[in-house]
Ligand binder design. Sequence first.
Ligand SMILES: C[S@@+](CC[C@H](N)C(=O)[O-])C[C@H]1O[C@@H](n2cnc3c(N)ncnc32)[C@H](O)[C@@H]1O
Length: 264
Amino acid sequence: MPLASDKIRNQLAADHVSGPYYEEAESTELLRIFWDSASIFRQLFEKLDLTVTLELACGHGRHSAQMLDRVGKLILVDILPSNIERCRERFQSPRVHFVVNNGRDLAAIETSSVTALFSYDAMVHFEAIDMISYIEEVARVLVPAGRALLHYSNNEANPEGTYLDDPSWRNFFSEKMMRHFASRFGLSIVESHTIIWPPGGADRKIDAVTLLEKSSVCEAIEVRKGWLTKLLRESIIRRTARLLFRGRVGSAVRGIVRKRLGSL
Ligand SMILES: C[S@@+](CC[C@H](N)C(=O)[O-])C[C@H]1O[C@@H](n2cnc3c(N)ncnc32)[C@H](O)[C@@H]1O
């Protein structure tokens, strides 16, 4: 049976097929929110390794246009085939790859293959259940020590509501939930900020932007090392015990034990 979230996800996608948003969002004023050198988005973006970059919910590619010349490979993902088609026309470069996804996961992307992932002005509308699924997917597709920069909703006001109930279409999620689920999927927080939206507007910190990092190979080895040490320790104890109770040494030990037990 389809969940209420499936219906809301489809509605959200349908609400992004057309409209004045895409053209307006390309204005210098709105682009500056993300790309001005003083913007928190820009400062965090500079902390990404752009060798293989994935932009989630890319729309018509206004952000890709800002940084295409700086990336090695760029993978553009969106739920809407029409948006991906628009990007295909806009970016005719062998370095750019296009994916239409199901709005929940990154199944087309190989595990540990992406050095940077970012998403702006889109996750703010997503269902919490999709946010959780995407956070898990982020942890999967990033290379060790890879980073993700996510802009999402910090609106806990109406847990039963949908994005349509908020004047800025902020769905139910929060920076605290991001911290919780990131920790569960093995991502650490490099930096995280709650921010007023729209910038310079009323004092409502309804958005958040978080820079996440997947654990490095060294950390992964450290964890394994701990596990390996335990295994070795247990195996040494087992072997010693077996030696003690086998052969000539074993029968001597068994004799001592029997004597000791008999004298009790
Ligand atoms: C407000 S637009 C933002 C586009 C772009 N990030 C930008 O800032 O210009 C939201 C985008 O999210 C996409 N979208 C909506 N729901 C999605 C989902 N569940 N998964 C992936 N993309 C989604 C829409 O198709 C649309 O391109």
